[in-house]
Design a protein around this ligand. Structure first.
Ligand code: GAP
Length: 450
């Protein structure tokens, strides 16, 4: 755990997210489901925009990466070959007194539920068991019979769907190595100590890409992806000062990894810098495991060089939910406004990620202003998510939009009917410009596509 110079805004964010419809606790009316969250109307737009941004940069804008949407349920042998059945475990300890369960390797991050709350094992009364290994995969049964032969797992990562489809994609798209396969999808882990809102949950989404390269060229591709991925996090507006690389060394380096770096984001408070993305050079571990376990050749045939080989894999793996949280933490600010008594809460989201791109207000309910505003909002909706708000003072309407990160507020006033123009107010600078009504759509579109 590394303390941060940035304030802890998590409690304020959790409250804002519920109040404004970003994130709700799953099954809340039944008391909630442990570390599972639902995305509300604004949250689903924010996360969708983030995923679209990733998909565009990783798949659409490149001709050397193909998309995939593999099933969550896979043949159980996949998870034996990948090493997850034997090794996807965390060491677990129980306390016989408070009945708490903790990760033995993360005791310093945990708090005993008994008061005064301290690290488990530190109070005299604590009675911790010896650590035992706990597999994080969720198990279920396929078909009507609940027996071990029909055991199946909810995938704990999306990557394996890519490995087992390596040749399908390569051959159907006539790709040549080096090339990549990317997908976005749900993953499930029965985490022992989930928490920190949507930071560590039991159901989450990953955005993963495996780049297949010729052995010997792997470190060069690894360095390129490492730089590209950090640049992507900058491009979604995460502050460069809150991002840093963390190199895996010694025992932290997975046994199959030839090199590994995380991209860490500073979440503020005691959470501090934490991983949001991993970039790994996995060598040929996965393809060779699946080749051996399935008995199917997974080698790539390089026609030009007339040779066959198992490619090495550079993996980039980023959590959609964790990055959504990073974007919210990064954007949250409270500030005073010159000439006003009340300050404001702003989500300074990158315009491309903002759930609502523009809000249209009639200044008053007179002179046909609501009708003009409704017509304009309907036109804007065809191009991007638009809100219409006619209730409360104009100041209150601005504040409501600032708090959810809407970059542009468009006001129809008493002059709009005669000069066919509107006022657009920008969220961060508070600058106001007069724009012709028929130019608003293009004006906003230009600024949200940055
Ligand atoms: N295929 C490699 C892999 O899954 P990972 O480091 O275990 O690597 C990659 O996970 C990313 O997935 C993490 O950087 C994080 O953003 C996200 N992630 C992992 N476990 C998570 C959890 N329990 N809740 C939310 N996000 C999680």
């Amino acid at each position: 755990m590394s303390a941060s110079a940035h304030p802890d805004v998590m409690d304020k964010l959790v409250s804002l997210c519920k109040r404004r419809g970003f994130v709700f606790q799953s099954s809340e009316i039944y008391g909630g489901t442990g570390s599972v969250w639902d995305y509300g109307p604004l949250g689903v737009e924010l996360k969708k925009n983030l995923k679209e941004r990733w998909w565009t940069s990783m798949v659409r804008l490149r001709d050397d990466v193909e998309g995939l949407d593999a099933a969550i349920l896979m043949h159980p042998k996949v998870w034996e070959a990948s090493g997850h059945v034997a090794g996807f475990t965390d060491p677990l300890v129980d306390c016989k007194v408070c009945k708490g369960r903790f990760r033995a390797d993360k005791l310093e991050d945990a708090r005993c539920p008994q008061k005064p709350s301290r690290q488990p094992g530190q109070a005299e009364a604590c009675q911790l068991t010896e650590p035992r290994l706990f597999n994080l995969m969720f198990k279920t049964f396929m078909g009507p019979v609940e027996e071990s032969a029909s055991t199946i797992y909810l995938r704990p990562e999306t990557a394996q769907g890519i490995f087992v489809n390596f040749l399908n994609v390569q051959q159907s798209c006539r790709q040549k190595v080096p090339f990549g396969i990317a997908q976005i999808g749900k993953a499930f882990r029965n985490e022992i100590t989930p928490g920190n809102f949507i930071f560590r949950t039991r159901e989450f989404e990953q955005m993963e890409m495996q780049f297949f390269v010729e052995p010997g060229t792997d470190m060069e591709h690894f360095e390129t992806w490492k730089a590209d991925r950090l640049a992507w996090h900058h491009s979604i507006g995460l502050s460069p000062a809150r991002l840093q690389y963390h190199q895996h060394a010694g025992s932290e380096l997975a046994h199959y990894a030839r090199a590994a770096f995380d991209i860490n984001f500073d979440f503020g408070g005691t959470l501090g810098f934490q991983e949001i993305e991993g970039i790994h050079n996995r060598g040929d571990f996965d393809l060779s495991q699946h080749q051996q376990a399935s008995g199917k050749k997974l080698e790539y045939f390089d026609q030009q060089a007339n040779k066959r080989y198992l490619p090495y894999v550079i993996e980039t793996s980023v959590g959609a939910d964790r990055t959504t949280l990073a974007v919210l933490v990064n954007g949250y600010r409270e500030e005073s406004v010159a000439g006003e008594d009340e300050g404001r809460v702003v989500l300074g989201l990158h315009p491309a990620l903002a759930p609502i791109k523009a809000a249209v207000f009639p200044l008053t309910k007179k002179d046909g202003q609501p009708e003009m505003a409704t017509k304009l909002a309907d036109e804007l909706r065809r191009a991007f998510n638009t809100d219409y708000d006619a209730t409360g003072s104009i100041g209150k309407r601005y504040r409501r939009q600032d708090e959810v990160g809407t970059p542009f507020c468009v006001t129809i006033d008493s002059e709009s009917a005669s000069d066919q123009s509107v006022t657009i107010r920008e969220r961060d600078s508070l600058a106001q410009v007069r724009v012709a009504m028929n130019q608003v759509r293009g004006w906003v579109q230009e600024r949200i596509a940055l």
